[in-house]
Design a binder for this molecule. Sequence first.
Ligand code: S3P
Length: 436
Amino acid sequence: MIKKINRPSALEGQIRPPGDKSIGHRAVMLNGISEGKAHITNFCAGGDTLATISCMKAMGVKVRRPAPDTIDVVGVGASGLKEPQDVLNARNSGTTTRLLSGILAGQPFVSIITGDASLRSRPMARATEPLRKMGADIIGRDNGRFAPLVIRGGKLHGIRYELPVASAQVKSAIILAGLFAEGETCIVEPGPTRDHTERILAGMGAAVRTSGRTITVSRIAGRLNPLSFTVPGDISAAAYWMVAAAIHPKATVDISGCGINPTRTGVIDILRSMGTRIVVRPADGTASEPTGDITISSSELHGTEARGDLVVRSIDEVPVLAVAACFARGVTTIRDAQELKVKETDRIVHTIQELSKMGARIDELPDGMVIHGVGRLHGAEVESHGDHRLAMSLAVAGLAAEGDTIIKGAEIASVSYPSFWSDLEKLSTTFESGRR
Ligand code: S3P
């Protein structure tokens, strides 16, 4: 699919972002191993979360979708999953593959999990190594480094594991295996990563404790209680409208019901440090997750520097933050972002490559980029490289660039944000025609 974007006269209106993708995956997997029925609202049925649903269904979990953004998950209990009859297909989803590997490691059966070409090139040893240490038998291409992964689950024992990379997916894989392991499993994080797994599990009655950067989990004693909740809006999806409003000369966008879990709000902190006019009003949270309403208006941006924990807390937002930095005045430096190289694509290389076509001046670093902001970009023909976050970031650039931007491979946005293109239309006002 090809999308043509040009700068609307104004960007105005209210957006309710789709349900958080990370939380959606966990809602399906964790309720799938609970005992009973959970009702989940504001669930975003994107390509990634639908992959998780089909994998859990293949193991006997019943998932119904009574409305487009509502699911009912009927859990089979901690020992109720069935051996899948075929290979599990995680499609484009690293979260599905790594988190599910943790659950599969604890099951008394054999399973095989794979995905599309992008997923099959992503590093899996970070998850398979600790799971092997816990007693799982896992083989995969290149000695377990890449999917397809063949997992012979079984008796696991708890370990103490220091995570070499700050990764919520790996942390969660070990926590989930820990639910099936003898003894305590203890994980030490190098920095704070998203803690949705811990929060949902605590709400289900699991023995999960966090103390500083150490998470301890014990085997499920008896049962996990199902947890019904409304998924908070995805801050990673809202980030596109935050940046679009900040860089467009005539914009005010209200974002309602957005997740503002502190492990995810790096994007707000970075945009603020660039001079963005952004107001966050805390609202009633949902299922132990804080939410808020956010208003962003056109801003005069300047360069900034982001590194360390701040980058971990905004890792998925770096491509769209790079767009903001192009429209800022001065230099923005992003460091400690080497994880971007192993996302759905190499997001350092592709962000630089595509934004350069629009006139950006960006230097590549091994762990980030230096963006020389000149306050503008021009339209160009650009390519998503099959990466949802790149497609949406380029669309945001197109909303403020001079001239037309043509985005090839635009359909990939549906992996995390199926209504992205219609929300973009909704916010765009064209005075000439008077149409929204
Ligand atoms: C996710 C964790 C992050 C993030 C990804 C979703 C999760 O990945 O980039 O989009 O749901 O746990 P890493 O764990 O690889 O950092």
